[in-house]
Design a protein. Structure first.
Length: 386
């Protein structure tokens, strides 16, 4: 296997730049997931690595080799597409063997590789079938097998599970995780599904608007998002965000927003004052499961409940903070465009908690769980432990 290094990679179509100064390294044997919404540039980035798109600026290395001008067939990569791209007139065996035959590999070597890959992917009983006789999950395993037999330095996956139903996606995520573990393969994987990213990745590279927003382990991206875009994109339901003002109050301070007041002790207020500088406004974020339902006397805010979704093991509660301007409540701040748009407040609570639509629910925002972001949407590294 080999590493993949992108240094200041850019892609422009005329005057339009779709990938801006991309810097990422996929270590040898690592599974790195490029994730982001549609149109963020992740598939274009993958296609540049594959050689299917030319690189406008920057350097792309596979291992120690600069491959900007190397043809796709000579990059020692194998790609698995969203569409299975299987030859309908060929059997599973023939589909998997086709690329090796083109290389004029010996028949015995082809047979050994195909049967080894079939065993690895649970396809041994299907080798004589044609694609029309296979389920979607089986076809995707064949597409993966066709890549595996080539024994490339790098595997590229472009939204490989998008055409599968929910149950098959879960099964195929397990297949890909097992494949990575058994082969110790270097994999660059593209998806718009943050659940796929969180469950598969050694590291996640989050993209938005052609820019790399954050690249780190799933745990760090979730618990310490670099900006408000990452905070709301990673995690389901998304993090709640509120614009707040910082008001000194004796030795401590209070974060005041539409319908909420969160008291800070001096140990928290001091670092926040230093982080904010001359500013007195920031954005407060809290994951739905971290909002606490409390007695009214202990509440930081009251949630006016709009919708209750009981899901058995948990309950989602949607609403707006009472006493604030609904147009300002739970406002996401986009890290790139700074656009603001209304969104409901979301809580994930224990199903034993009795809640009904139309009621007011007293809630608290624990200091050790809040996230703070500046006016540009960038994370403020402020200690938030009691």
């Amino acid at each position: 296997m080999a590493s993949v290094t992108l240094r200041d990679i850019e892609k422009r179509y005329g005057d339009v730049t779709v990938v801006h100064g991309m810097n990422v390294e996929v270590a040898d044997g690592e599974l790195l997931v490029l994730v982001g919404p549609s149109g963020c540039g992740k598939s274009t980035t993958l296609r540049m690595v594959a050689g299917l798109e030319t690189i406008t600026a920057g350097e792309l290395h596979i291992g120690e080799r600069l491959v900007n001008d190397v043809s796709p067939r000579d990059r020692d990569i194998a790609m698995v597409f969203q569409s299975y791209a299987l030859y309908p007139h060929m059997t599973v065996y023939e589909n998997m063997a086709f690329g090796l035959k083109i290389r004029k590999m010996a028949k015995a070597d082809i047979d050994a590789r195909v049967r080894a890959a079939a065993t690895l992917l649970g396809l041994s009983e299907l080798l004589e079938r044609r694609p029309k006789a296979l389920s979607g999950g089986q076809r995707q395993r064949v597409a993966m097998g066709r890549a595996v037999v080539r024994e490339p330095s790098v595997f590229l996956f472009d939204e490989p599970l998008s055409n599968l139903d929910a149950k098959l996606r879960v099964q195929m995520r397990l297949e890909i995780a097992r494949l990575h573990k058994r082969l110790a393969a270097t994999i660059l994987y593209v998806t718009h599904d943050q659940v796929e990213a969180m469950t598969l990745a050694d590291r996640i590279a989050v993209m938005h608007g052609g820019f790399l927003q954050q690249c780190d382990t799933p745990d760090v991206v979730y618990t310490r998002p670099a900006n408000t875009f990452v905070a709301t994109f990673i995690g389901s339901p998304a993090m709640n965000l509120w614009p707040v003002d910082f008001e000194p109050d004796g030795d401590g301070a209070t974060l005041v927003g539409p319908g909420l007041r969160v008291a800070l002790r001096a140990a928290h207020a001091g670092p926040l004052i230093e982080a904010l500088g001359d500013a007195r406004s920031c954005t407060l974020g809290l994951r739905p499961q971290d909002v606490q339902v409390v007695a009214e006397a202990d509440a930081d805010a009251q949630l006016a409940i709009d919708v209750v979704e009981p899901l058995g093991a948990e309950t989602f509660v949607y609403g707006q903070l009472a006493g604030g301007d609904p147009a300002d409540a739970a406002v996401p701040v986009d890290a790139v465009t700074a656009d603001r748009q209304q969104a409901p407040v979301v809580l994930r609570i224990d199903p034993s908690t009795a809640v009904v639509a139309g009621a007011l629910l007293p809630i608290r925002m624990p200091i050790d769980r809040i996230h703070l972001f500046d006016s540009a949407g960038l994370r403020l590294d402020v200690a938030a432990t009691p």
